[in-house]
Structures are given as C-alpha cells and as structure tokens.
Design a protein around this ligand. Structure first.
Ligand code: GLU
Length: 375
C-alpha cells in the first residue's frame, strides 16, 4: 500500500499483523465486513506488504452451529465450539479470498509453542515461508489443546506474540471501538477520541482499568497490554474500529483508531523472545552494585553481584533478574544451572573453577543475552 494510504505517523511498512475480533467476524453484517477486510488485505498485498491475520471467531461460529445463543460458561464446551467453528471460519476466509486467487494458510498454536524455543523457531520458519509464497497466514489459538487466550486474552496477546515473532512494522488490533476515549463513548456523548499515544505510561492503562468512571469499554485492558508489549519491542500499534469502519480507514484515518508510537527501537528476535515470550524458570536477586552495572553501564551479570537464587533452571534457560526489593528489572538466558549459581553466588570470577571444578563462562548472564524490562 502506498505511503499515502497510511497515517503520516506510520513508517514505511513491510510486515503487518492484523488481529480481528470475534464480533467483526460473526453476527448480522459479518459477510460484508469480511468482504471489505479481504479487499483491503489484497490491496495491501498488491502494494508489496506481507500480511498475517490473527483471527478469532471460531467459538462464535461453533456456537452458531450448535444453536447456542450465549457463550458457553464451561471451557470444554468453548473448546468444542472452537473445534466446530474453526472449519467454518476458514471456509468463510477461503471463499472470501477465492475471487482474488489468493491463497490462505491455517496456523493454529498454543502458548507452549511460543515458549519452546525450538517450536518458536519452527513457527517462525513456517510463517516466513508462507509469506514468501505470497500466502496469507491465518493464525488462531489451537483452542482444543490450549485455553489461555479463550480464558484471558481474547487472542490479543497471541496476536502481539505473532507481531513480535515476525518483527512486524505495525500491529493492528481490529475491534468494535475506534481505540481509546477519555470517557466511555457509549454512555457519554462528550467523550473525546484519543488519536495518538506518543509514549506508554502507566496512566494509559487507566483508560481501561478505571471501571468506576467507565472511561473505557470492556476488553480494552488486554488490547492495551498487547499494544504496550509490541510498542516496547519497537513495533507501531493501532487499536481501531473494524466493526463500523474498514481496515483501510483504521490504517489512515485518525478518527478510526488510536496509534501507539513505539517507545523503543526494534529489538533483535532473540531479545524479543527473552523479554516477552519465553517462560522464566527461576530468578536471581542481585545487589545494588550489579543493578547499576547492568542498568547504567550495560554490563553482564557476574557471580559477585548475586545475592540469592530461586527456582530450578538449567544452563540456557530464561530467568528473571530482581533487585533486593523484589522488583523484576531484567530477563536473561543463564549460563549456569540454579545449583551452580547457588555455589558461585557472591564469589569472584577467579573462584568459579575451584567452586564448580570447571569454568565455562565468566558471566552468569552475558549482556548479549540480557534484556532490561521497564527501562
Ligand atoms: N480462539 C478464540 C476464537 O477463535 C478466540 C476468541 C475468543 O476467546 O472468543 O473464538
């Protein structure tokens, strides 16, 4: 898509992840919304962009098939609905893209697939291969085996992970409101739309969490969390109205979406996995000198600065780094097991050999494998 088709604040875009909420894809009018979405995605593709869809809607279509009016309250029935509805969803997409001769590929995944480094890399390879074959990958949670998104995330966090994984330039979260408002637009006609958030501060989350003032609408909390994660990894995020507006409007019309400008420059793939995806197997507490060394001077973590060790981790695992006050300040891949770190904590580097009978590394976590959180 030509630069003029995007809001002026957006950079030149190559890779885009679009998450589509269930409401857009089901209920009255969904055929027209899907038609419009498909047309816009094809336009993006024709303009050289690589598009990945993260699509909800399986449960909604499964409910429809089973004649259920309300979303089931039990997880197994939600999973059964997803199993029935996923086929229907894909056949809707298949038919919508057919007139353009565009190919789609289904990718179903769980959080365990993302947390395992091996499966994460396999997934990354598959997505990039599909994109280079000009195929539009359509991703959803594999709800029959994983339930994190249907319980907590509504696919928002999964979509953010996909954006991190393919190092998207922009992550678009299509929902049924045009992003953030200073008051609840459904109950207060004086509510003003917020077209842009230039940096993510804690107060941004108040737009979603301040239920008393009804400042925002339901479900915004996870959308904000997803926008925050991608923006900290250097990716632009849009939360926009895909229900009443089209994808192209969300991309270029200030009134249809809120744009989040990334706070950081793009992180490397390994750093993104360490910071936002991998599961921490334990933690270490470091003293104030070591905190200053990693935060202010970008140094590695040496045994001397380590006060305590928690958890059962192996060399190569992801662990968290905490201050003596218990604040998590970083995450990293550790060079020694928990048992070994317990033996060398507080020691000089020159003592590692005598304590362990070998010295594979000077550093417990090398600076290249360390990512500061909440800088
Ligand atoms: N995987 C779910 C679906 O496709 C996500 C959305 C939801 O929890 O409703 O329906």
């Amino acid at each position: 898509m030509k630069k003029s088709l995007f809001r002026q604040e957006l950079p030149h875009i190559h890779n885009i992840v679009v998450k589509i909420g269930s409401r857009i894809l089901s209920g009255p009018g969904h055929s027209d919304r899907i038609k419009s979405l498909t047309k816009d995605i094809i336009t993006l593709q024709k303009n050289g962009l690589r598009v990945i869809l993260v699509s909800s809607g399986a449960i909604a279509h499964g409910m429809n098939s089973l004649g259920l009016q309300n979303r089931p309250t039990t997880i197994p029935l939600q999973q059964a609905c997803a199993s029935i509805g996923q086929n229907r969803l894909m056949s809707i997409y298949e038919n919508a893209f057919k007139p353009y001769n565009a190919l789609i590929g289904q990718v179903l995944l769980t959080w365990d697939d993302l947390r395992s480094k091996k499966r994460y890399l396999n997934l990354r390879n598959t997505l990039f291969q599909l994109l280079s074959c000009n195929v539009i990958p359509i991703v959803n949670e594999n709800d029959s085996v994983g339930t994190e998104e249907i319980q907590f995330g509504n696919n928002d966090m999964l979509a953010a992970q996909v954006a991190l994984l393919i190092q998207a330039d922009v992550f678009v979260n299509l929902t049924d409101v045009g992003g953030l408002y200073d008051k609840n637009p459904q109950t207060d006609i004086s509510a003003s739309h917020i077209p842009i958030i230039k940096s993510f501060s804690a107060s941004v989350h108040n737009f979603a969490s301040d239920k008393k003032k009804q400042i925002s609408v339901g479900g915004m909390a996870t959308k904000l969390k997803a926008a925050e994660i991608v923006s900290r990894a250097g990716i632009f995020a849009l939360i926009g109205d895909g229900f009443n507006q089209s994808l192209s409007e969300v991309l270029n019309n200030q009134n249809s979406a809120t744009l989040f400008i990334p706070s950081e420059r793009k992180m490397s793939s390994r750093h993104r996995w360490i910071a936002f995806t991998g599961h921490a197997k334990g933690s270490i507490i470091i003293d104030n000198g070591a905190v200053r060394a990693i935060v202010e001077k970008g140094k590695s973590i040496l045994p001397a600065g380590i006060k305590n060790v928690y958890g059962f981790f192996k060399a190569g695992d992801k662990i968290e780094i905490k201050t003596e006050n218990g604040q998590t300040i970083a995450a990293g891949l550790v060079n020694y097991s928990a048992e070994e770190v317990s033996l060398i904590k507080g020691c000089k580097t020159s003592q590692i050999n005598s304590k362990l009978g070998r010295k594979s590394f000077d550093e417990v976590i090398h600076r290249d494998n360390l990512v500061l959180l909440n800088p």
